[in-house]
Design a protein around this ligand. Structure first.
Ligand SMILES: Nc1nc2c(c(=O)[nH]1)N[C@H]1C(S)=C(S)[C@@H](COP(=O)(O)O)O[C@H]1N2
Ligand SMILES: [Mo]
Length: 391
């Protein structure tokens, strides 16, 4: 009874379009929201637009990270996006094909896949386009599936197979440019992995999220997951794996998802273009709350799985202060990690809070200024200063 009262107090506080279903006393990490039971209020970000459309299209959904109430994102809240909408896949006739440079081409039904050795993977990722001010294109889940290499070993890949292309069942019209000519063609969504990565123990072919079958949003019936990699690498509605000798040059591999960066080397600017693959070291403050006379800044860390040394928070340009990392999320290499910073003595008025993460190799999350020579908006892992109004 008492818990119910507190829960509705919270519900009243977290109004204004926030989805609060599921918020309660249970499942909320103690360390993150220590004063929840005493009535905790969300402190509004003044840098966040108040007219955000969280579901901008039937097949697109942003995750309001201010509402996080546990380590795993419920599957009906998982962020989602893709390029060609949702293909219709009939699970009874579904086949995953393995073709190309293999001794034994395969055509596996969903049942056959599920009969293979299953493995669990805790993996959170963001879309490489996730960025300020919303940061709504990331989520975290417990996935179940088959190790990719066990499927590839069944097909017995040939020695000259150097590249593995993962095709979704989705397709759409694309313009392919060549020396001033533009050709309109229909293309299938595809991403590739080099041989070493495809045959490594990490990638899985997942058919369940948080213990339930994938929804069409997350790639029903089967998707590739490459732990530590950006969203685009995790091919949904997986239809075919094609082993080949040549590099794959499809649009979403070789052209659209790439980053152009300038770097000064010996006083000379060197420009490099790289494909979007492993996640860059990143943190951001997801919400600020007030409980009694102190404030809490709660946030998220994502990277490629390199262990994290520390997360620090700076207020109004002051010294970096260590935040606390949530042990449950720290235990899982490819989970997103939670941090919390207790801010005492906040004065009325507007304040700027920013976090930065440092990994065990001493790599520090860059500032926006340090990324000034990154010319595409993808892979924006810059520190995100957030403004709050304290009343
Ligand atoms: N088949 C297919 N898989 C795809 C895409 C796509 O367009 N088609 N989009 C990718 C991109 S850009 C992202 S960010 C993730 C999003 O995964 P989610 O919807 O499960 O969050 O799916 C990836 N996998
Ligand atoms: Mo993406």
């Amino acid at each position: 009874m008492c818990a119910m009262t507190k829960q509705s107090t919270r519900r009243d506080i977290l109004k204004g379009g926030l989805a609060v279903a599921g918020l309660g006393l249970f499942g909320i990490p103690e360390w993150a929201l220590p004063a929840l039971a005493q009535g905790e209020a969300l402190v509004p970000f003044t840098d966040l637009p108040d007219n955000i459309n969280w579901v901008p299209a039937p097949d697109r959904r942003l995750y309001d990270v201010r509402t996080i109430d546990g380590m795993f994102t419920p599957r009906d809240k998982w962020f989602t996006t893709q390029h060609y909408g949702h293909p219709d896949v009939d699970p009874t006739t579904y086949r995953l094909k393995v073709s190309g440079l293999v001794e034994r081409p395969l055509s596996l039904s969903l049942d056959e896949l599920k009969k293979m050795r299953a493995t669990d993977l805790v993996f959170g990722f963001e879309c490489s386009g996730n960025r300020r001010p919303i940061q709504g294109l990331s989520s975290n889940g417990r996935w179940t599936g088959v190790p990719l290499r066990e499927v590839l070993n069944r097909a017995n890949v040939k020695d000259d197979a150097r590249e593995f292309v993962f095709f979704g069942a989705d397709r759409g019209p694309e313009e392919v440019e060549f020396r001033g000519n533009t050709f309109k063609v229909e293309q299938q969504f595809g991403r590739s992995l080099p041989r070493d990565k495809a045959l490594s123990p990490q990638p899985i072919l997942a058919y369940a999220l948080n213990g339930e079958p994938l929804t069409k949003h997350q790639g029903f019936p089967v998707r590739l997951l490459v732990p530590g990699y950006y969203g685009v690498c995790n091919v949904k509605f997986l239809a075919e794996i094609h082993a080949q000798h040549d590099g794959y040059l499809g649009k979403y591999q070789a052209r659209w998802y790439r980053t152009l960066r300038g770097e000064m080397i010996n006083g000379e600017m060197k420009w490099t273009e790289t494909a979007v693959t492993h996640m860059q070291l990143k943190s951001w403050i997801a919400r600020v709350t007030k409980a009694a006379n102190r404030h809490n800044a709660f946030g998220i860390v994502l990277n490629d799985g390199t262990p994290i040394r520390t997360v620090e928070v700076s207020i109004d340009g002051g010294p970096w202060q260590p935040a606390t990392l949530d042990p449950a999320t720290m235990k899982e290499k490819h989970s997103w990690k939670f941090f919390n910073y207790v801010w005492t003595g906040a004065t009325p008025g507007e304040h700027t809070l920013v976090s930065r993460v440092i990994d065990v190799n001493g790599q520090v999350q860059p500032t926006a200024e340090e990324l000034a020579n990154k010319k595409t908006f993808l892979e924006d892992n810059s520190q995100h200063p957030r403004k709050v109004m304290i009343s």
